[in-house]
Design a protein around this ligand. Structure first.
Ligand code: HEC
Length: 309
């Protein structure tokens, strides 16, 4: 019982924190038009030359993030999460809402590499992946406030792996923009794109009315929805990664614990299961930096899900 209560508190705390993060992240551009000072040339996954401000964001509602395709940490989750948002928004993406993912590893991420990456995540129309000259991309990231340090994007390495998953959501026409974690709840992100920057002045009750509603998620369920569900289902078949229903029966708990925390380390060490899985799926399971406590919540949740029908 005490355990249940503390889990609930953990969930409430996490929910309050993430809501606070969203509110703190809301910024309205005071002067100048977003991106006008960074009208840099970029190249799309189809090899088309474009300019950031003139061709990509002027007059549009946009979501922009910075990724690199060889990332073994949070970027694959960002991409999978945005793919969920794209599915929620349906054909509005490409009509009045546009998504842009810009590589911070342009030497590796050629148009062809970006195209293949898009296929892995089943990216639909209206979402463009971009590469270009490193100096231009660095300048863009800096001007958009996606990094405090213009040198942070130089070369894949510790800096890249530590890059914060921010998503910029903006309505260029009205000058409204906000920066958010791109690994947030996909429904919330879709809501921001349609309602907040999409024209209405206030955040609609869809978000705030949840505050008084009974909390239905336990900690494991909450974590799974936030960190895993963009790539995995429990009983609805394979997505980007394998269906995890029954995974506790196929693997032992120690293996699972190690794998969920450090799949990259296990692959590198040649763990036979990790290597076989990596060969079977196009994307690799990322290292999401799952902490001890969260790991136990997740394992308990996987256990409970596997024994339920
Ligand atoms: C960006 C997509 C992505 C995210 C996010 C993700 N995974 Fe995975 N996961 C994969 C892929 C892909 C595989 C298949 C192995 C591979 O290719 O490396 C996998 C494999 C696994 C496996 C092994 C399955 C088996 O059959 O043994 C487990 C367990 C797992 N993931 C748990 C999790 C958990 C728990 C989370 C959330 C904390 C999570 N994953 C988040 C993509 C993802």
């Amino acid at each position: 019982m005490a355990n249940g209560v503390s889990r609930c508190l953990a969930v409430i705390a996490a929910a309050v924190l993430s809501l606070a993060a969203v509110i703190v992240g809301v910024t309205v551009a005071a002067a100048g038009r977003l991106g006008e000072n960074a009208n840099v040339p970029l190249v799309t996954q189809d090899g088309e030359q474009v300019r950031f401000y003139d061709d990509l964001i002027k007059g549009k509602i946009v979501a922009v993030n910075f990724i690199y395709t060889s990332c073994l940490f949070t970027c694959p989750l960002e991409t999978a999460r945005l793919a969920q948002v794209q599915r929620i928004l349906g054909d509005r993406v490409g009509k009045d809402i546009f998504f842009y993912s810009i590589s911070i590893d342009p030497e590796h991420d050629t148009p062809a590499v970006l195209k293949e990456y898009m296929q892995e995540f089943e990216v639909g129309p209206g979402w463009t992946f971009l590469t270009g000259d490193r100096d231009d991309i660095d300048l863009l990231a800096f001007r958009l406030g996606m990094t405090d340090d213009p040198s942070i994007t130089s070369g894949p390495g510790p800096n890249l792996d530590g890059h914060t998953p921010h998503l910029l959501i903006a309505n260029e026409k009205t000058g409204q923009w906000l920066r958010n974690s791109s690994t947030d709840n996909p429904g919330m992100l879709a809501h921001f794109l349609t309602d907040f920057v999409g024209g209405q002045t206030a955040v609609r009750p869809a978000v705030s009315s949840n505050a008084g509603a009974p909390l239905k998620l336990n900690a494991g369920q909450y974590l799974f929805a936030k960190e895993c569900a963009a790539c995995h289902t429990l009983g609805q078949g394979d997505k980007v990664g394998p269906d995890l229903k029954g995974v506790v029966a196929r693997r032992d708990r120690d293996w699972l614990a190690h794998y969920i925390r450090e799949p990259n380390v296990m692959r590198a060490a040649g763990d036979p299961v990790a290597v076989t899985l990596a060969a079977r799926y196009k994307t690799v399971m990322p290292n999401l930096n799952v902490g001890d406590r969260d790991l136990n919540f997740l394992l308990d949740y996987l256990d409970a899900q596997s024994s339920s029908r």
